[in-house]
Write a new protein. Structure first.
Length: 351
């Protein structure tokens, strides 16, 4: 069987009986081509199965029409929504995505960044990536536009899209305090993450403001995954004076805490209230029913892509831009009145 010959723009021109340059102008949307000619060219191209050469387009426009997207953990259910937001804009802009998983490993991130730069991507969206180490910074400063999402550099001004970490954690702690919880544990994210640091400081500030227990043993340093949540749950719930509520830095942490509580025979929410952060799809499942902080993940991904496209179109030096998205508390079945508060209420009702 012979390979089918690729249809060229010359074939379209011959079929239409018009000049090659006119066909080219019609296909790229030049204004001086009549609507009748434009319709004829497009209908003929579609009938013949003509597809524009991406290589020719890239050479003509001096762009690759590809965007690199780096995520920290492809297994984390929070990340796909960020990527879908980037993709929404990329499709509109007729760009392709090159998706890279770094596993939160700096060496892997550097390898992927070098590969993307060698492929001459138009720009990069870095979601929860290293931003400030010398080798990473050298690549970021190489001239290719980029936008950071959910992890900023403390020492450089970069285009950045993030969530209102302070607002989200404050909402969660206020919610738990309103249920009578005075001893609230906290599972923090990676030590090198600006987002994790912001969430920890927001927790500490809320605890101080509400005059809740401030023991250092209530804070567990971990990562954004199930094992961290599980280990945190085992340690925090084995304390002589264990917390009656735990605020986790993401939903996977929270689910790990719940798993540890079940193993220890501690019931959620009657014995322990748990709050997550991200509002991944699993959080709403009836068997999980997790109270959490909602992040506008897809909207944030789209905002990062929009910011990147503006930088790609106009690469003249300009001030870094920042966009912060509000969060919202979603109350489900994993939080309830603290055992002490519930006991006091029962006593009062019995009198």
């Amino acid at each position: 069987m012979k390979d089918k010959k690729r249809v060229t723009i010359k074939d379209v021109a011959n079929e239409c009986g018009i000049a090659l340059s006119t066909v080219s102008n019609a296909l790229v949307g030049k204004q001086h081509v009549s609507e009748e000619t434009r319709r004829l060219v497009k209908e003929t191209a579609e009938r013949l199965g003509y597809r524009a050469s991406a290589v020719a387009r890239a050479l003509r426009m001096q762009r690759s029409f590809t965007i690199g997207v780096l995520i920290a953990d492809v297994a984390n259910p929070a990340f796909p929504d960020f990527v879908r937001g980037v993709e929404d804009v990329a499709i509109r802009e007729k760009c392709s995505l090159l998706l890279c998983n770094t596993d939160g490993d700096e060496e892997k991130q550097i390898w992927h960044m070098r590969a993307l730069l060698d492929s001459q991507v138009d720009g990069m969206v870095l979601i929860s990536q290293y931003t400030d180490t010398p080798r990473v910074r050298e690549l970021l400063d190489s001239g290719t536009p980029f936008v950071l999402v959910q992890r900023r550099s403390p020492r450089h001004e970069d285009d950045y899209v993030g969530s209102d970490n302070v607002g989200g954690i404050t909402q969660a702690v206020d919610h738990l305090a309103s249920l009578g919880h005075t001893r609230i544990g906290f599972v923090r994210g990676p030590m090198d993450s600006s987002t994790a640091a912001e969430r920890l400081e927001a927790y500490k500030a809320a605890v101080r403001r509400l005059k809740l227990d401030r023991d250092a043993e209530l804070i567990f340093n971990g990562d954004y995954n199930l094992p961290t949540g599980y280990d945190a749950g085992l340690r925090l719930l084995s304390l002589p004076n264990r917390p009656t509520a735990i605020m986790a830095s993401n939903d996977l942490n929270a689910m790990g805490v719940i798993e540890a509580a079940m193993e220890l025979g501690i019931k959620v929410p009657s014995d322990l209230s748990v709050v997550g952060l991200d509002d991944i799809q699993l959080a709403s499942f009836r068997r999980i029913d997790l109270t959490t902080i909602h992040l506008q993940k897809r909207t944030m991904g789209a905002a990062a892509a929009e910011m990147l496209m503006k930088r790609i179109r106009n690469q003249r030096p300009s001030p870094a831009r920042e966009q912060i998205f509000p969060t919202g508390l979603v109350v489900r079945g994993s939080t309830a009145r603290s055992p002490q508060a519930a006991g006091r209420k029962r006593k009062k009702e019995a009198v």
